[in-house]
Write a protein that binds this ligand. Structure first.
Ligand SMILES: Cc1cc2nc3c(=O)[nH]c(=O)nc-3n(C[C@H](O)[C@H](O)[C@H](O)COP(=O)(O)OP(=O)(O)OC[C@H]3O[C@@H](n4cnc5c(N)ncnc54)[C@H](O)[C@@H]3O)c2cc1C
Length: 805
């Protein structure tokens, strides 16, 4: 299975092997017994009836019952060692204890609709807690609330509400078999979101079992955790046993329509383009969605036509709706005959695409449907997409792989605009015009089909980039998409997770990380896209004054008192910390609020400071980043995924030129500009062959080779280095002789930061004419630039040594 192979980089195989090896006992029938043993010891014999291991004849049936995506139902899909279908909280607590004891991962399953199968697939040994037996829904009409257990489906919730009231509803998703466990954990958009917002906007209490097995409610878990579980994604903070819903008023009769148009491409462009402007003005009582796919039967010039189904739920009567639509979106041509008035509960059956007059009991049916292979993605649109871009979509829908592809455009606005982005982890609120859902399904088995369809979807997604939200390109966590990035099998850094985390949660990601760190610091509840905690090590160092003080003390102990090191240290408490850090950041990609920052910056004033830094960093297993000019393309001289400090060399920048011997000692904190300047101060006929940008630092540039305008005459920078002073990993001060030729060779081109800290290089300065000649000539394509470049390739290599082009 591709997903599995992608998730396992080769470097993880040893880890996985060890892991599997240590659990080899679990691959035998003993695991069943062992689990039961664990339950006996907790007086939970009743649970033995709801434990399934591969030796049970019902194991496959139970596993597949709530499995909704055929991509994760192949023989190669990893299977759980144990499935538990608890009847009560004690069973869940036992499953957590068992999994912790044996180092197994837990996957909680509600309705099993996770787009990437994360509730029943993991690449390391795991247990599924399937909440299918815990799905009671208790509706309190008087208080307009309901308690629903985590294993209930949306259909069950809607049905039970309607059993008790015609005028109460709950704003959540469309598909009745979606489970409240996962759905509400990720947000929950649906047909009345423009009136009431999301499911999470109407959760007023919850019951959660945390990593310690405690049962918490809103009061005992606190507002931070309560905030996080309402949209921060499932399987991250604990097992949600039940949600308390605040029910919303609904008219006794609502109106629906589903108008399908088969359109020439130009007409599809026009109509959908107009829809984008119409929805901005839509009343919040009106929900609007378009399903777009290519027609199976109708063609235009031999190519498929576009089919668009305009679907709406209106919280009012048919007459008001029709007159309203004729004013706000006349282009659709909606007439009374297109519309049906019905009860809200009937509309849930209607939108689930059951035939008219299907019994409401269908909402209680969670029987498995035949599974298809499926992949989905989402985007958020902030401004109407231009017509040319829509035409590009139609072209892609014509491609052969797009036979079963479908796009859904769902209007946002209304109440969604009024709820603050930070009120729940779901951040896609004001400013979102509509959401795009891309879906593709297929029924051919095998990796080739998988690659073909998924690649089509990725191409479309990439095509859409200019027309949708940016920085970050937002996505909806409930339409999970592992293409956005995944956690490592071991620790995942904040920086890595923030790549997908900020797409799902924008700035709320930071708060989610803080909550996760506080409630589950060992990251027990996890999956490929759960929120990672800050590593406990980072946390300890970042928060413990004592740890910092120890480090500072170590620096003091190892540096020369005549050069007080304390004046060279900057911690985040210092006013100058940010300006010191930023003064040598040359790439804004690494100057963002999410960029990890050093716990300390040491601007060394003397070689003994560098020695102290190395010794103390080693002692404390603290990563050191060495910065001279800060021009590293990937910011590696001042950013790290693990706790680190920066040894900044900018105070060590003296340059000592000796014209008589045609040499110079150059400290590595100097810049190329300073080197050139100091040489020219002493001689008009000497220079040095190095890079062009004057602010590039000697440390990194010389350490990596160094080429510039005189390379054709004198070779690279490193070809002109004759000695060096460095501090090695043991804090020893070495020169060329004492380090030996091997190490000297390595530090002249092998890349910075790999072999120690170079304090200074001794260089041969080279002879240059007193006057040189330069030119810079520009040519446009009209002025024959193409031919000139072509010619240049032929002649440049053979020019004399002196000209540099
Ligand atoms: C056909 C279809 C239609 C959909 N329609 C909509 C829609 O209209 N609106 C919308 O917003 N979304 C919709 N979704 C997306 C859906 O909301 C998410 O896939 C949701 O996460 C599914 O919840 P689940 O319980 O069915 O899935 P599961 O696969 O069981 O769970 C999803 C995630 O939540 C975790 N989880 C489940 N239960 C719990 C629990 N009790 N405690 C802690 N973690 C838990 C799981 O481990 C997993 O990580 C749809 C999905 C499908 C496949």
């Amino acid at each position: 299975m591709i997903r599995t192979m992608n998730s396992l980089s080769s470097s993880m195989f040893p880890f996985l092997f060890l892991f599997l090896f240590s659990f080899s006992w679990l691959a035998s029938a003993d695991r069943h017994e062992d689990f039961l043993q664990c339950l006996h010891s907790q007086n939970l014999n009743s649970l033995s009836k709801v434990v399934y291991t591969p030796i049970n004849s019902s194991y496959s049936y139970v596993l597949q019952f709530s499995l909704r995506n055929g991509r994760f139902n192949t023989s190669a899909t990893p299977k759980p060692l144990v499935i538990v279908t608890p009847l009560n909280v004690a069973h869940i607590q036992a499953a957590i204890t068992f999994s912790q004891k044996h180092g197994l991962q837990i996957r909680v399953r509600g309705g099993g609709h996770d787009y990437e199968g994360l509730s029943y697939v993991a690449v390391i040994p795991f247990v599924v807690i399937d909440l299918i037996n815990m799905r009671t829904v208790t509706v309190d009409v008087a208080n307009k609330t309901a308690w629903v257990q985590g294993g209930a489906t949306l259909g069950e919730v809607y049905y039970r509400i309607a059993e008790k009231s015609r005028t109460l509803a709950f704003p959540a998703g469309v598909c009745p078999t979606v489970g409240v466990g996962g759905h509400i954990s990720g947000g929950g958009t649906g047909m009345i979101m423009r009136k009431y917002g999301l499911a999470v906007d109407h959760i007023i209490d919850a019951q959660l079992i945390d990593v310690k097995g405690r049962i918490l409610d809103r009061a005992s878990m606190g507002e931070d955790l309560f905030w996080a579980i309402r949209g921060g994604g499932g399987n991250t903070f604990g097992v949600v046993v039940a949600w308390k819903l605040e029910l919303v008023p609904i008219p006794a009769s609502v109106t629906v329509f589903n108008v399908t148009r088969i359109l020439m491409k130009e007409d599809a462009t026009k109509l959908i383009h107009q829809w984008q402007y119409a929805i901005e003005k839509f009343d919040e009582d009106l929900f609007s969605r378009i399903f777009i796919w290519r027609s199976a039967n109708s063609t235009q010039d031999g190519k498929p036509m576009i089919q668009a189904a305009f679907t709406s739920l209106f919280l009012g009567g048919v007459d008001r709706l029709v007159s309203y639509m004729q004013q706000s979106f006349p282009e659709l041509g909606l007439v009374k005959e297109d519309c049906i008035e019905m009860r809200w509960i009937e509309s849930t059956v209607y939108f689930a695409q059951f035939p008219r007059n299907t019994s409401l009991e269908v909402l209680l049916n969670r029987n498995p449907r035949p599974t298809i292979f499926f992949k989905g993605k989402t985007d958020f649109v902030k401004e109407p997409i231009p017509k040319t871009a829509l035409e590009g979509i139609w072209e892609r829908l014509e491609q052969v792989e797009a036979e079963s592809a479908e796009l859904q455009f769902t209007a946002y606005g209304g109440k969604m605009n009024e709820i603050a982005e930070s009120s729940t982890p779901f951040p896609h609120r004001a400013g979102t015009l509509y959401q795009i859902h891309y879906g593709i399904s297929w029924d051919e088995e095998g990796i080739e089909a998988y690659a073909k369809y998924i690649s089509w979807m990725r191409r479309l997604y990439s095509y859409m980039a200019p027309y949708v939200s940016k920085n970050p390109r937002q996505a909806y966590v409930n339409y999970r998409d592992l293409d956005l990035g995944v956690n490592n099998l071991g620790n995942t850094s904040y920086r890595q997770a923030s790549i997908w985390g900020t797409k799902y949660f924008k700035n709320n990601f930071d708060r989610l990380v803080r909550v996760k760190t506080a409630v589950d610091p060992t990251n027990f509840f996890r999956n490929e896209q759960s929120i990672p905690p800050l590593s406990s090590w980072l946390l300890n160092i970042a928060t413990s004054d004592l740890a910092d003080e120890n480090f500072l003390q170590c620096l003091l102990n190892h540096s020369q008192p005549s050069y007080p090191i304390s004046s060279a240290i900057y911690t985040p408490n210092n006013d100058s910390y940010s300006s010191v850090l930023q003064s040598y950041i040359r790439n804004l990609r690494f100057n963002m609020s999410t960029t990890p920052k050093p716990l300390l910056i040491l601007t060394a004033l003397h070689a003994s400071h560098v020695q102290a830094a190395i010794i103390c960093a080693r002692e404390r297993n603290f990563q050191m980043k060495i910065r001279s000019g800060g021009h590293d393309y990937e910011g590696v001289s001042y950013v790290s995924d693990v706790p680190f400090f920066v040894l900044d060399m900018f105070n060590l920048r003296s340059i000592d030129v000796d014209v008589a011997s045609e040499t110079a000692w150059v400290e590595t904190g100097a810049t190329l500009g300073e080197v050139y300047y100091r040489i020219s101060e002493k001689s008009k006929t000497h220079g040095f062959p190095a890079g062009v940008c004057p602010t590039v630092g000697v440390g990194g540039h010389f350490g990596g080779g160094g080429y510039g305008n005189m390379m054709r005459k004198y070779g690279l920078t490193v070809d002109n280095i004759i000695d060096a002073k460095m501090v090695d990993v043991n804090g020893r001060l070495l020169d060329r002789e004492s380090m030996g030729e091997d190490l000297f060779w390595a530090i002249t081109g092998g890349g910075g930061s790999s072999f120690g800290v170079v304090l200074a290089y001794k260089i041969n300065i080279v002879r240059v004419p007193e006057v040189v000649t330069v030119f810079r000539v520009r040519r446009t394509v009209e002025q024959n630039a193409t031919d000139i470049v072509e010619q240049w390739q032929q002649v440049a290599y053979n020019l004399e040594d002196d000209p540099f082009h």
